[in-house]
Design a protein around this ligand. Structure first.
Ligand code: X8Z
Ligand code: ZN
Length: 596
């Protein structure tokens, strides 16, 4: 319709008078509503581009993804700045929380200079693609992907080969250092414009508490679990010394990082065969069972879906099965690091994972589906509340389910014919500790390193040195070959080039035990909690679903309370779960040195 002159005049006048007046609560509400609409649109567009870029790595898809991310990032940063207009206004609780989230939920903030924001978006997309394409070619051999290298690293017991694999993959990191330095510079510029000291301070501000309190909270939780880690470390060092000899593994010092069965020494489950207690091994190997049953990637996911539906969750949508990526394609480069997507922010759920048929990926499939069911559970919330209570919750949900993959559960779904005889728990718990307890210091140090790098506390000239200082301090591991500042070992871990904050996984490794303990109780399990499985329990399922549906509409302590009755994160459930193992480890390592 053609506008008449008076209407046009009115349209011109309204913004002018509006700008002169102080904003009202109604303005704030309208602003938030509009912001949600714009963010949703920009996010879906960016997600589609990111999906394609991760599934078909090329120069063009990388550029298209960078453009989409730039638009979303600029929009979000602009809205966060504009939101300060309403500071100090008396607002209804919902609008107030949404404005707060608008200001705090960015992971990467666009600097207002468009050239800088474009550069930042391109560098970010470029680093993720470069990592995804990463390969190492052994002398005289064919290029190896990270999965192939990881497979060798998990099974080889030849320290020379292990060191070569380790050093080979870490070359991928070195190539990313320059881009990472620019990313830190530009990302910090964006964060500063939003009023944060640096990007690390921005990341620490998302937890419904002051940023410094969050850092202290992580340290508090770490102190709770540290004795258990130190015991596990002592046992593993002792056994590896038996395996490799005193020239390879020191009696008192750190464990060489290439001997732990994992590229980053973050989870040590692959060492289980070397460390298994002869008299207390449950006597089954899930990897072997899955392979012998000729389980394929889709069936792995079906097992996961089956667990969730047994709790009362809906089955996965048809489009999930059509659009997901389950195996590494042969004809193109993809980002293989597992991720779960909800492209339309409603129910276009997808999994992207290069599934290998083994116990580790069986657990990871459950981890990823945990993200997907969360995404779908909060899809009726307003856009700004469509996220987990805090980022640790998103990472915890699938792992909570994976804690229920007990021998009894495996028997119920036909993967085991009989459950292990009583008294074999220690082997089961040791295997679990190699995954979960070994992870804790790693989960903590990644962002400790980034916070130092972002704030400038550690200058670029000392980045690699600082990385190994933290690896030594928290994990008690050392590099297998000499390192220098020509290396950039943080860059060899996906989440660094991909810009994904990591303290979330540390939180998740605490929260999952806390949630498992509470849900097991709801399900009426009165046995030791490591033997409880909530499979098939609708009451536990309903409680879980209720919390997931809250999204981030309330501060996380409210969500945690809804599920566990506790308002604080608490690692005592970790200690409860592993109590029998702690006792056993102490016996095994009596008279052995502890610490490094
Ligand atoms: O990155 C992941 C998931 C995707 S959110 C596969 N995890 C961390 C990692 O692999 O480093 C899960 C555990 C820790
Ligand atoms: Zn995850």
């Amino acid at each position: 319709m053609q506008k008449t002159l008076p209407t046009l005049l009115l349209l011109l006048l309204v913004p002018m008078t509006g700008a002169a007046q102080a904003p009202t609560p109604a303005d704030a509400k309208a602003f938030v509503e509009k912001a949600e609409e714009q963010l949703l649109k920009a996010s879906i567009a960016a997600e589609r581009a990111n999906w394609v870029a991760s599934n078909f790595i090329t120069e063009d898809t990388e550029r298209i993804a960078a453009d989409g991310n730039q638009r979303r990032m600029e929009l979000a940063a602009g809205l966060a700045k504009e939101a300060t207009r309403f500071d100090g206004l008396a607002l209804d609780a919902e609008t107030a929380r949404k404005l707060k989230l608008l200001k705090l939920s960015l992971v990467l903030a666009a600097p207002s200079d468009p050239a800088k924001s474009e550069a930042l978006a391109r560098i970010a997309a470029g680093m993720e693609a470069a990592y995804g394409r990463g390969k190492w070619t052994p002398p005289g051999g064919e290029p190896l992907s990270l999965e192939e290298i990881s497979q060798r690293l998990a099974t080889s017991r030849d320290p020379k080969e292990l060191a070569a694999l380790w050093a080979g993959w870490h070359e991928v990191g070195a190539g990313l250092r320059k881009d990472y330095a620019r990313y830190v510079e530009l990302g910090n510029a964006g964060a500063k414009e939003l009023g944060f000291a640096d990007m690390g301070a921005m990341w620490r501000s998302k937890y419904d508490m002051p940023p410094d309190a969050y850092a202290k909270e992580l340290d508090r939780l770490w102190e709770q679990v540290k004795p258990l880690y130190v015991s596990l470390h002592a046992y593993v060092r002792m056994k590896l010394r038996e395996q490799y000899g005193k020239d390879v593994v020191p009696e008192k010092g750190p464990i060489p990082a290439h001997l732990l069965g994992n590229m980053w020494a973050q989870a040590w489950g692959n060492l289980y065969p070397v460390l298994a207690p002869k008299d207390a091994d449950p006597g089954y190997d899930l990897t072997k069972i899955l392979v012998e049953k000729k389980t394929d990637a889709r069936q792995m996911v079906r097992y996961g879906e089956g667990f969730f539906t047994s709790l009362g969750f809906e089955t996965l949508p048809k489009t999930f099965w059509e659009r997901s990526l389950f195996t590494r394609p042969r004809d193109r480069e993809v980002v293989c690091h597992a991720s779960a997507w909800c492209v339309d922010w409603v129910d276009d759920l997808r999994l992207k994972m290069c599934i290998e048929i083994n116990a580790e990926d069986f657990a990871t499939v459950h981890h990823e589906l945990g993200h997907n069911v969360y995404q779908r559970a909060y899809n009726r919330q307003p856009v700004l509340f469509r996220d987990s209570a805090n980022d640790g919750f998103h990472e915890a949900i699938g792992d909570v389910i994976a804690l229920s993959l007990t021998p009894e559960y495996l028997k119920k779904v036909g993967l085991l014919t009989k459950t292990p005889p009583p008294g074999k728990d220690v082997g089961y718990l040791l295997n679990m500790a190699l995954e979960k307890i070994a992870f804790l210091p790693f989960g903590l140090l990644i962002d400790k390193w980034r916070w130092q790098a972002f704030s400038g506390e550690v200058p670029e000239a000392r980045w690699n040195e600082a990385w190994w200082d933290l690896k030594l301090k928290y994990q008690g591991v050392a590099p297998p070959v000499a390192r220098s500042e020509a290396d950039f070992d943080p860059g060899a871990k996906y989440h660094i080039p991909a810009g994904v904050p990591y303290s979330r996984y540390f939180l998740a490794h605490v929260l999952q035990f806390q949630m498992h303990r509470a849900l097991a109780k709801t399900a009426g399990c009165t046995d030791p909690i490591h033997t409880c499985s909530i499979y098939g329990n609708k009451e536990a399922g309903a409680k879980l679903i209720r919390m997931l549906e809250m999204g981030q509409s309330q501060p996380w302590p409210d969500a945690l309370e809804a599920l566990t009755g506790q308002r604080e994160m608490d690692a005592t459930a970790v200690l409860d779960y592993f109590a029998p193992l702690q006792k056993w480890l102490d016996e095994q390592t009596k008279g052995q040195p502890k610490g490094w």
